[in-house]
Design a protein around this ligand. Structure first.
Ligand code: SF4
Length: 256
């Protein structure tokens, strides 16, 4: 890949809001962090006077938007130690579902059950999410089951004591979420809870303010709704009703 191609790819990632990428020079070598805006600037033609030695472009072997794929992203993640969340994990929780899904659900991060099994949304909140997807779809006459959608989280390793992921963890792991979404190219995204909304929309607003209407991640319509673990609390009857309404809207939009 020549330097112009590398620059174009990096500009693409920079425009997505990705500030740092971890890349490998070759398969199974250690990933090194690359600050995207700085390298784009270094590679810009105007910043390259003749006779000045230009730094070698960073390795981008499997980072191209054209050939990115879920298995390629998983391979890049590898035995990831890019942020401190790796210290407490049993299993990395990448994502599950249809790699060509029309609808992707994004949660916050793995809990204890997910960490133990390496699969997102398999605990009580996960069972509720499955019921919400399949129950709402059945009621609305939409033939969709959980394996038809794709489900993942902002961070792939369990935060200690199920705490909210910290900004640096979301930033570091968010590059993989963005790449997953680009590889899948869904018709819509459903962000579950405020952490997912924050990661995808860059907003500080809470779910109550954001839910019930369409936003966009890049060009992809995005609906924010409550995280199922919030809905499990007994007093959240109204929130449950609203989440079902949100989901109905999403399912009709995607599958009608
Ligand atoms: S949370 Fe993401 S970036 Fe952090 S160690 Fe796990 S996979 Fe790597």
């Amino acid at each position: 890949m020549d330097r112009d191609e590398v620059r174009r790819k990096l500009e693409f990632y920079r425009d997505l809001g990705i500030r740092e990428l971890h890349v490998r020079a070759a398969p199974r070598t250690e990933a090194v962090p690359v600050t995207v805006p700085a390298v784009v600037e270094a590679l810009a033609p105007a910043a390259v006077p003749q006779k000045v030695e230009v730094p070698a472009p960073p390795p981008m072997l499997s980072m191209t938007p054209d050939d990115d794929s879920l298995p390629g992203i998983l391979e890049d993640i590898g035995d990831c130690t890019r942020c401190k969340l790796h210290r407490g994990r049993t299993n990395l929780v990448f994502g599950v579902g249809n790699p060509q899904a029309k609808l992707v659900f994004v949660g916050e991060g793995p809990g204890a059950d997910e960490d133990a099994q390496g699969i997102p949304f398999v605990g009580r909140a996960g069972q509720l999410l499955t019921q919400m997807i399949e129950g709402t779809a059945a009621k609305e006459g939409i033939p969709v089951r959980r394996p038809d959608v794709y489900i993942c989280n902002v961070v792939k390793c369990r935060p200690p004591e199920n705490r909210t992921p910290e900004p640096d963890e979301m930033q570091t792991c968010g590059q993989f979420l963005f790449r997953q979404l680009m590889a899948i190219q869904p018709r819509a995204i459903c962000a579950l809870g405020s952490t997912a909304a924050k990661a995808l929309l860059g907003t500080k607003d809470g779910v109550m303010k954001l839910r019930g209407r369409w936003h966009k991640w890049r060009d992809v319509p995005l609906m924010v709704t409550y995280h199922p673990s919030y809905l499990l609390r007994a007093y959240n009857v109204q929130a449950k009703r609203e989440a079902w309404e949100d989901l109905k809207k999403v399912l009709h939009f995607v599958y009608d």
